[in-house]
Design a protein around this ligand. Structure first.
Ligand SMILES: [Fe+2]
Length: 596
């Protein structure tokens, strides 16, 4: 049975193919459209997934969608009757619903020769989140939790997974939402773009607890483990917030009210400098989020008497909070799949559809490499096709037949302070580059963060870079010893190790860990092993392969990014392209840039 899973008309539009319960392809539309968080109907991701699975739309038995307009209908009507929200808010919701109803027509338009004859299955937004986490995990039983902005009138949900069965046992309904709380505070602190919450999370580590008591009244904790917003400080429940989901970069209007500015002072505009007050408010936001999040998880742990947790939803990208779950709650085993947010709803809907037909539990998702892929030969051909552009930049192109030589060469370049574009195999599913579409650097160099920030990323200096660590070496470097394959948890680095890896140690002594195994990515594991042999440090700094754009998808985009930045080396499969730089040029360039 071939199921096409879709997250559409929402941010991070995405598609996947699940064949007989096994994930075979998954990708986000933003990578093909080259617009971050692209929202609309993901025709290019559908096309790519069909290609990867060697299927056509005719072969698809079911299209599973992570939205069900009928879910929570009674609660929606009773809310409208008792709260009388604005007419604009209601008409916007109806418009959004009509976009969804046109999915069949949009498929027909995008694939006119390829007739879909199967059926559509609508899966409640939060059930899809729970399914994306539980069925992708290898847990036979676990509590399943979704914490989010909103979907199908709910902001959070919980349930119990056991074997092939998964229940949705409760919800936190509109208008109360931890995702909205965090997003509103992100906007208030001058980060207005969709998906900017991770900036606030990075900034929080620089703050002090001075403002926690001021922010705490925004979220109250209920005895049953759930939470409520103090709605005086928000607008989303009474006015139409200008959301845009219909084919482009998603945008979201202002979520906080003037009462928030009366409480905390004037908002920060995005062009204003960051002060200690802003850093403390970021700290307070993260602290209040964590209080509510752990209060919620603790109640669920005792309700189900379980120490295993699977987690999804937009707030599941709060890797700082995720890294504290084991220490702060009774849960001892935690699993998140790589696209924990709304893109992941595509695989959740597909898994749910499979299990509704009585399908067996299939292989857990142990890696994230489900996107479009390229062979070494295709990558070599791509480099050859760009020979003249590379010659203009005085680049050398070399082929490596032996992987060991490739690893040694790249490891030495990293140890020399060079910045490497590393492009291999199939693209990652989810927002993190995990060793197939990555930019790599030396974690030991204190100036590496500045080199990357100034030469390529041009991003805020307070945002940390992350380490990819050999799984077998994790316990030597981190105060943790378990699999974290998708970079979803920020964990404490052992205090005596922190000075050895300053480029990946955040200001609070933590690191956003990715564990790497030979079984799931042998080439990346081989490279880190070679670097470890050379330096005694079995990890590499890993950041996404992009420059203020979605992560690169095709090798042409990697080449383009390499040529327009000051990256030193580009590795496409076994093809290595180097700029004609002397060994010390990278460090000297960086010094000049930093002084400038
Ligand atoms: Fe969601």
């Amino acid at each position: 049975m071939n199921i096409l899973g879709v997250n559409a008309h929402h941010a991070d539009a995405a598609a996947c193919i699940v064949r007989d319960g096994i994930l075979v392809a998954a990708a986000e539309e933003e990578r093909f459209r080259r617009i971050k968080h692209w929202a609309g109907f993901p025709t290019m991701a559908v096309s790519s997934c069909l290609d990867e699975a060697k299927l056509s739309l005719r072969d698809i038995d079911c299209i599973a969608i992570n939205r069900n307009g009928r879910a929570n209908l009674v609660r929606k009507f009773s809310y409208v009757l008792s709260n009388r929200p604005s007419v604009k808010l209601l008409t916007d919701r109806l418009h959004h619903r009509r976009q969804w109803a046109g999915a069949a027509e949009q498929l027909l338009e995008a694939f006119p020769q390829d007739h879909f004859a199967g059926r559509f299955m609508h899966v409640e937004h939060h059930f899809a989140h729970l399914a994306s986490a539980f069925y992708a995990s290898n847990f036979p039983e676990s509590v399943a939790v979704s914490v989010d902005g909103f979907g199908d009138f709910a902001s959070a949900a919980w349930g119990w997974g056991s074997g092939t069965a998964l229940s949705l046992d409760g919800r936190v309904l509109f208008p109360h939402s931890l995702g909205i709380f965090y997003q509103a505070m992100t906007q208030y602190l001058g980060f207005p773009n969709y998906g900017d919450e991770y900036k606030l999370m990075g900034l929080a580590a620089y703050g002090a607890p001075s403002a926690v008591n001021e922010v705490r009244p925004l979220v109250s904790l209920k005895r049953d483990g759930t939470f409520r917003l103090d709605l005086r400080f928000f607008r989303h429940h009474r006015e139409s917030i200008a959301y845009e989901w219909s084919g482009g970069e998603p945008t979201c209007g202002e979520l906080f009210s003037s009462e928030l500015e009366a409480l905390l002072g004037p908002r920060r505009l995005s062009n204003q400098p960051l002060t200690d007050r802003h850093r403390d408010l970021a700290f307070a936001t993260q602290a209040v989020f964590e209080e509510a999040f752990f209060h919620f998880l603790e109640a669920l742990s005792s309700r189900y008497s379980s120490d295993a947790l699977v987690l999804a939803g937009g707030c599941a990208y709060n890797s700082v909070a995720n890294g504290k779950i084991v220490r702060r709650t009774p849960f001892k085993k935690v699993y998140l799949q790589s696209a924990a947010g709304d893109a992941g709803g595509a695989i959740g809907a597909a898994y749910a559809a499979w299990h509704r037909t009585g399908g067996e539990r299939a292989a857990p998702m142990a890696h994230a490499y489900w996107g479009p892929g390229y062979s070494d030969e295709e990558l070599a051909a791509c480099a050859a096709a760009h020979q003249s552009a590379l010659a203009t930049e005085k680049c050398q192109v070399r082929q490596f037949d032996a992987e060991a030589n490739l690893f040694e060469t790249v490891a030495h370049a990293i140890a020399d302070g060079q910045v490497i574009g590393w492009f291999q195999g199939r693209m990652e599913w989810g927002p993190r580059a995990l060793g197939n579409r990555s930019i790599l650097g030396d974690p030991r160099r204190a100036d590496m963060k500045d080199i990357l920030n100034l030469k390529i990323k041009r991003r805020e200096s307070f945002r940390p870079f992350a380490p990819s660590v050999l799984r077998e070496a994790v316990a030597d470097w981190f105060e943790y010893d378990d699999d974290v394959p998708f970079m979803m948890q920020v964990l404490p680095i052992k205090p005596d190790r922190r000075p050895k890896i300053p480029a990946v140690t955040h200001v609070d002594g933590t690191g956003r860990l990715q564990t790497v195994t030979a079984a799931t990515n042998p080439r990346y594991h081989g490279l880190i092993t070679a670097f470890g042999r050379l330096t005694g440090v079995p990890m590499i700094l890993n950041t996404s392969f992009n420059e203020n754009e979605p992560v690169v998808c095709r090798p042409e985009e990697a080449l383009d990014c390499f040529l327009r930045t000051k990256m030193d080396m580009l590795v496409l499969g076994r093809t290595v392209i180097t700029r004609n730089l002397r060994k010390t040029d990278t460090a000297r360039d960086a010094d000049a840039l930093i002084k400038a």
